[in-house]
Design a binder for this molecule. Structure first.
Ligand code: ARG
Ligand code: ZN
Length: 406
């Protein structure tokens, strides 16, 4: 169903009153395993899994479970820090003010129909921009992307970024839109952008999971997957576990359709995955790909399915570091650079692995935007512009360095 409502952020019907996000610091590797099995026992929504012992485990707990869960944590000799004390309060802050508008703005969380209309209007106003559709989502929404080129007649080497593969990660959508605005309109007349347009073509798809995105706006702010009904009562596949490169639901995903990381019944079971795979492999000029997510502040590269490093990992690492340095110089945030499984966790069937492994897109990354847990998935409106600025600074540094590597 496609709808344009008068308010662009309606209040979702599922509420998270009294839900807390707890941060727990595991002391041993056994603690990590215990925490994961507790999360399974209580069917908790894991916001962040630790990779190293000095990293926290972030998990959302509802008010009915909190006492039992905290008792179990304390029985392990660990402390649960009440990091976000009321998830609904964060959601309500965003549902008010300037997001409650139907008109598109780079500084707001826009609905999918307005985003597509913006891409169309950009293309009709700007001779360097063309708009295309990868295909339609399960519920029939057009998955659009723009191509930005200073010479649409020749194919240059190209860089592609997409957002919104996970529905609730709204800041990924706004950040890709920020990139589009900067490169297409160059509002600050930045010569670096002109230089980059002399070298590369750019492709951007701000919302690759539009059904999930709209559902997270209208019904459940915490929705992650797409919306296809899989079994009665449980909808959705985690698209970033569904790609056809070393697909394996037992490696960081799940065979259970009711879980957040359900990998599908087989690789490419989802129409959205299929469109994205076709896009990635059919554009042979692609040399770089950013699959943008929130949160955690990482700029990471394949493989996600194995800790074995790609043979050219030094190149990927070097360019990732150029990005992270530029990000730090913008608003002071630190982004961790490294291989997926080593800095985050193993998860097979990711878009980054597919782009590199199946389509040969050498510089393929997952970028996890700000923050490190203060707002987590519920990024406030006040993050939109600064996150755009810092990530775009990283993007420019990355692309500038890429010129020398190609
Ligand atoms: N947070 C992302 C996810 O869970 C990280 C993906 C990293 N890439 C990978 N192939 N595991 O989907
Ligand atoms: Zn994500």
């Amino acid at each position: 169903m496609l709808s344009t409502t008068a308010w662009s952020v309606p209040n979702p019907t599922i509420r998270y009153d009294g839900h807390k996000v707890l941060q727990i610091l595991p002391k041993t590797i056994e603690d990590v395993h215990e925490l994961l099995s507790l999360a399974k026992k209580y069917h908790l929504d894991i916001w962040k899994s630790p990779r190293y012992l000095n990293e926290t485990f972030d998990v959302r707990v509802d008010p009915e479970q909190i006492t039992d869960f905290v008792n179990d944590i304390e029985a392990l000799g660990l402390k649960a820090n009440h990091w976000i004390t009321d998830v609904q309060k964060l959601i309500d802050e965003i549902s008010s003010g300037r997001n409650r508008r139907a008109t598109f703005s780079i500084g707001a969380f826009n609905d999918h129909a307005s985003i597509n209309a913006y891409l169309d209007s950009l293309a009709s106003a700007n001779p360097h921009v063309t708009v295309h559709t990868m295909g339609n989502s399960y519920e029939g929404r057009a998955i659009k992307y723009v191509k930005i080129s200073n010479n649409l007649g020749v194919n240059k080497k190209a860089i592609y970024a997409d957002g919104g593969i996970h529905a609730r990660e709204w800041l990924a959508v706004t950040t890709v839109l920020y990139f589009i605005d900067q490169i297409a309109n160059n509002p600050s007349r930045d010569r670096t952008i002109d230089a980059l347009l002399g070298k590369f073509d750019f492709y951007f798809a701000p919302v690759v999971n539009p059904d999930g995105y709209e559902y997270s706006r209208s019904h459940d702010r915490m929705w992650r997957k797409n919306r296809r009904p899989v079994i009665s009562g449980c909808n959705g596949v985690d698209l970033n576990r569904n790609f056809a490169y070393h697909w394996n639901p037992d490696n960081g995903g799940s065979r259970n359709p009711c879980e957040e990381v359900h990998a599908g019944t087989h690789a490419t079971s989802e129409i959205e995955t299929k469109h994205l795979q076709n896009f990635l492999c059919s554009h042979s000029n692609l040399i770089a790909y950013l699959n943008v997510h929130t949160y955690g502040q990482y700029w990471i590269y394949p493989w996600g399915y194995t800790p074995i490093l790609p043979t050219d990992y030094r190149d990927l690492d070097h360019l990732g570091r150029s990005a992270a340095t530029a990000i730090r110089h913008t608003h002071g945030r630190t982004f961790t650079v490294g291989e997926d499984t080593r800095v985050l966790y193993a998860a097979a069937g990711g878009a980054d692995d597919y782009a590199k492994g199946a389509c040969g897109v050498k510089y393929s990354y997952t970028v996890e935007l700000r923050d490190t847990g203060l707002h987590g998935f519920v990024a406030p409106t006040s993050y939109i512009i600064p996150a755009g600025e810092e990530t775009f600074a990283g993007f420019k540094a990355f692309a500038t360095e890429l010129v020398h590597y190609e």
